[in-house]
Write a protein that binds this ligand. Structure first.
Ligand code: NAD
Length: 272
């Protein structure tokens, strides 16, 4: 049984993932019928291949049956919709995803809406019972670490449908005072809101947008969702090592939480 303790210092994300995976492995080992998860992939760029490999590896490690269906990059929207319909109606499939981004001839929104909300483990469908994996993964971790939400000032930068908006919704559900900032927010306002924030989630996609000009409370918790690639590797949206209570690293931070949340979503569908 997991003990609920209030941590003075944060467990690193890698330690947390290891602990949580052991718990999930034990739960799945006890299941008579293992969860069945399917990934549909069309795009074969390096990033998509790496994401798909990671998801298959996580599933294998936990004991989830995972199957990859690779379609040609020239597949039409109608053909993909036909496959989605088949997976929606296949009783042996608990949950599935279509790996984004998709080739130009296919409308991503159409695909997100075609996946049955009952099997949508990415949590992209507006009627899905599950939340998108990135905000859900962040919340799972912050809750595990005993972070207090009630009445705290939470600032989310970015308002996308898969990260910013659902993140704000989840923080609001925990009774935070939530402010959402975006591309039309002035730097002057950003400085002002962040200075007063207890929890900050940045999901923009601009290397070190939050630099050393921003001041924080020493007790602030900073969650960096951004992934920015350059010749020196991967970087977040926040300059590392801000003088705060805790800051998630990039790489080795939110990406790992997102991967784990996907596996947890597959399990949520399978649980009675
Ligand atoms: P998006 O492009 O859909 O949204 C970016 C948001 O940032 C927009 O809402 C926009 O209003 C806002 N924005 C743009 N410029 C800004 C500025 N100068 N100041 C304030 N806000 C600004 O992106 P997304 O899908 O939400 O992803 C955001 C970042 O997070 C990207 O780097 C993406 O790669 C990364 N990401 C990481 C994970 C993970 O698992 N680690 C998951 C999803 C996305």
């Amino acid at each position: 049984m997991r003990q609920f303790v209030c941590y003075n210092a944060f467990m690193t994300i890698k330690e947390y993932i290891k602990t949580r995976k052991e718990e999930l492995k034990t739960e799945i080992a006890l299941m008579k019928v293992k969860p069945n998860f399917v990934i549909v992939q069309l795009n074969e760029d390096d990033a998509s291949n790496a994401y798909v490999r990671g998801k298959l590896k996580d599933a294998a490690e936990l004991g989830i049956n995972a199957k990859l269906i690779k379609l040609d990059i020239s597949t039409s929207e109608a053909e993909l919709l036909k496959l989605i319909d088949k997976l929606n109606n296949d009783k042996a499939v608990d949950g599935f995803i279509v790996q984004m981004p998709l080739p130009k001839q296919i409308n991503e929104e159409t695909i997100k809406l075609a996946i049955s909300p009952d099997k949508d483990v990415d949590g992209f469908h507006p009627l899905s019972k599950l939340n998108p994996c990135t905000p859900q993964g962040i919340m799972n971790y912050l809750k595990h670490e005993g972070v207090e939400f009630l009445g705290k000032n939470a600032v989310v930068i970015g308002r996308s449908n898969i990260v910013g908006k659902p993140m704000a919704k989840l923080l609001l559900k925990e009774s935070c005072n939530v402010t959402v900032l975006h591309s039309k927010t002035s730097f002057e306002d950003m400085y002002r809101y962040l200075e007063n924030a207890d929890i900050v989630v940045v999901a923009v996609g601009r290397k070190f947008l939050i630099d050393d000009k921003f001041k924080f409370k020493p007790s602030a918790i900073l969650v960096d969702v951004g992934i920015n690639r350059d010749e020196n590797g991967l970087h977040g949206d926040i300059l590392p090592e801000r003088p705060v209570k805790f800051q998630t690293p990039v790489p080795g931070g939110v990406g790992l939480l997102t991967r784990l949340a996907l596996m947890e979503n597959v399990l949520k569908i399978k649980r009675p």
